[in-house]
Design a protein around this ligand. Structure first.
Ligand code: SAM
Length: 157
């Protein structure tokens, strides 16, 4: 089997120390502020990042145990395949979160909208860009679950 080795470029500083503290469920909005501390050796890679209001963070669910190819998310009572959910328990335990960049101080990025635990390793940062118009987006089972519960569908990643 093919394998790649990756290393963190930094770590999240968050007030969430346990998964139970992270808000879950339909309509949840993540507003928690936290810091991404980039390792000094990768600091030069932050040049010009201040120009972007939002960033994609690609990170590791470092506390997830194993994986499940199908399961019930907290947002629905029906099972779904892991690749149509955001479950932490996936074959490659990779998380993706869109965060707002409040400010940068050297190697510290002050962020809003984090949903990860303190100490979470971050693999990469990319500027947020989306050119997909709302009317072209389909949101599968989640859209149905939101309709049933009457929650707002206009959620961030
Ligand atoms: C549903 S996942 C979504 C994460 C990300 N926005 C994504 O879509 O990949 C968020 C949950 O992952 C769990 N979590 C956060 N950080 C974690 C970590 N470092 N290791 C394991 N689980 C974590 C928390 O329980 C949180 O509620």
């Amino acid at each position: 089997m093919e394998e790649w080795t990756m290393r963190p470029i930094g770590h999240i500083r968050s007030s969430y120390s346990e998964t139970s503290q992270v808000p879950k469920g339909l309509g949840t909005k993540h507003t928690l502020e936290g810091i991404l501390e980039i390792l000094p050796e990768f600091g030069p890679g932050l040049q010009d990042i201040e120009g972007f209001s939002h960033l994609f963070l690609i990170w590791i669910f470092h506390e997830a145990q194993g994986y499940e190819l199908a399961g019930k998310p907290p947002t629905d009572d029906r099972p779904h395949g892991v690749f149509s959910t955001r479950s932490p328990r996936r074959p490659n335990a990779i998380g993706l979160t869109v965060v707002e960049l409040i400010k940068r101080e050297g190697c510290m990025l002050y962020l809003r909208g984090i949903d990860m635990l303190d100490g979470t390793p971050v693999l990469d940062i990319k500027p947020y860009m989306s050119s997909i118009p709302m009317e072209k987006l389909r949101r599968g089972w989640l859209e149905e679950a939101e309709k049933i519960s009457g929650t707002d569908h206009n959620k961030k990643l």
